[in-house]
Design a binder for this molecule. Structure first.
Ligand code: SIN
Length: 515
């Protein structure tokens, strides 16, 4: 089983936690542009040390080795409040910059990101573990938000609305919402930051960003480029901390923060929503999903296999839009399943930095425990292990496919966030739509069919914010990314993503001498 994967893993070094000085020899020391390696908070365009003198370490999920310098712990309430004050002050002038100047700075940031592609991808792989090819993909995706919103800055159009009151003229304008708090996850250390800061900066907002403690280096490298791109001091601020609870509480409770944008789990999203209630601030919550991937009997099976592979196993299953359960029509179940398993068996699991690795590790041991628990639960209920099913060394888990998974299995109900693909059989369209919608969350859903009537019917019936039809990849800067139900609210990317950072104001003008 999985001979290539096991061979690759045998080459992996055992977990070896390096000391902080030895860490200078870690993966980040290989960057062409060493000025991108930063380990302090970034406040008011300055690199800031911890007031407590505390630091934390960041480990490569592939090897267990420390990847760079110790990072300053700057998450006390006082430190967060200082960052908010800076963002509030900077907003007073940044809000009045012209859309054209914001466009120019975002375009410069985009170009700087492209100039540093190799290094920024290396940082993503070192701290997150995803293979270099995926890290480059994330990096380009990340840069594309700067490119897209640079252009959107110039399209913050308003409106003129006819008046029902004689003599009045009604004009609608868009204005930046204010200083915003941005809390990002470790699974896309770069792209989830630009997806939020690019529209914020385009709209004229300033930001306080909490980067994840597992993957702070990508965000800090971006901050260095933000500075080089010419954004004024205080417009982008980054807090480095392991204390997400304190940082989140202070940001949400602050009267000076006018919006919070968070990507992460539904549980944490609910906590942040409660904490934000006292100020009724605007929220964008991009939370967990439970996507179904449905293969109808009229599907192109080879295309469906290819789509399911990327949709399930991208980032080793650690994406919120990845498929959670694959439902295959009984008449094509055997064909789909055997082709899918053969393709999974060809994966090369290993250190993301090694040539040829197709799938990397999970982020940490808690992530492995969840995958293992879901596999064991399904197998105890009668599911068949078609491939994988076991932990490997360190943070690695075999890419796993389970067949004939019975209803009630935990992996059909909850997000696994790992490389587990449960497959179930279905016989009717109504039955499979009911199954797909039988969940509290609704982020994405996917299906393969060549029947145009069915395509419209099913796409409209799925209770999700995003539908992939005959594709396993939907993520782009140009689409409104986001969910419904307990997957949260707000949209990121696209013209819809811009409005999440704006307020809509109407100005009703009289005394114009008009009738
Ligand atoms: C996520 O997993 O949160 C985002 C994935 C994507 O943008 O494709």
């Amino acid at each position: 089983m999985l001979p290539t994967a096991l061979k690759a893993l045998n080459l992996l070094p055992k977990r070896n936690i390096m000391t902080s000085s030895a860490a200078l020899a870690g993966k980040l020391s290989a960057l062409k542009n060493p000025s991108l390696v930063k380990s302090q908070s970034f406040i008011n365009n300055e690199w800031v040390k911890s007031t407590s003198g505390k630091t934390f370490k960041v480990y490569d999920p592939s090897t267990g080795e420390q990847i760079g310098p110790d990072v300053e712990e700057c998450g006390s309430a006082e430190e967060v409040e200082k960052a908010i004050k800076v963002a509030k002050e900077a907003f007073k002038t940044y809000r009045n910059t012209t859309p054209k100047s914001r466009q120019d700075m975002l375009t410069k940031l985009y170009n700087l990101m492209l100039d540093n592609t190799d290094d920024l991808a290396t940082i993503i792989t070192a701290e997150n573990g995803k293979p270099l090819a995926d890290a480059r993909g994330e990096h380009m995706y990340s840069a594309s938000f700067c490119e897209w919103f640079a252009a959107e800055a110039m399209r913050t159009y308003g409106d003129v609305i006819p008046s029902t009151i004689p003599g009045l003229r009604n004009v609608v304008i868009k204005q930046p919402v204010g200083p915003v708090a941005i809390i990002t996850p470790w699974n896309f250390p770069s792209a989830m930051i630009t997806r939020k800061i690019a529209p914020a900066l385009a709209a004229g907002c300033t930001c306080v960003i909490k980067v994840p403690a597992e993957t702070p280096f990508s965000g800090l490298a971006l901050a260095e480029l933000v500075k080089q791109a010419g954004f004024p001091a205080g417009v982008v601020n980054i807090i480095t901390s392991e204390d997400s609870k304190t940082v989140g509480e202070v940001l949400c409770a602050s009267k000076d923060i006018k919006k919070v944008s968070f990507t992460g789990s539904t549980n944490v999203g609910k906590i942040l929503a409660k904490q934000s209630a006292s100020t009724l601030k605007k929220l964008s919550l991009e939370l967990g999903g439970n996507a179904s991937f449905v293969v109808f009997e009229d599907a192109d099976i080879d295309a469906a296999v290819a789509g399911a592979l990327v949709c399930k196993f991208r980032s080793s299953g650690q994406t919120c839009v990845c498929v959670q359960k694959i439902a295959v029509h009984a008449s094509v179940y055997d064909e789909f399943t055997s082709k899918f398993v053969a393709a999974v068996n060809a994966f090369k699991v290993g250190d993301g930095a090694e040539q040829g690795t197709t799938h990397g590790p999970l982020i940490h041991s808690r992530a492995l425990e969840k995958v293992e628990q879901h596999v064991n639960d399904a197998v105890e209920r009668g599911a068949k292990v078609l491939t994988g099913g076991k932990r490997l060394h360190g943070n690695f888990f075999q890419p796993t496919v389970l067949g004939d998974v019975p209803q009630g299995a935990e992996c059909l109900k909850e997000e696994t966030f790992g490389p587990l693909a449960p497959i179930i059989k279905f016989t009717s369209e109504d039955e499979v739509i009911e199954m797909a919608n039988d969940t509290d969350v609704g982020l994405a859903g996917y299906f393969y069919s060549r029947d145009i009537g069915r395509i419209w019917r099913v796409a409209e019936a799925l209770e999700v914010g995003m539908v992939g039809v005959n594709t396993g990849v939907i993520s782009q800067a140009t689409i409104p990314f986001g969910g419904i139900k307990e997957s949260g609210y707000g949209r990121e990317g696209s013209k819809y993503g811009m409005s999440d950072y704006e307020i809509t104001k109407v100005i009703c003008m009289g005394g114009l001498g008009t009738s």
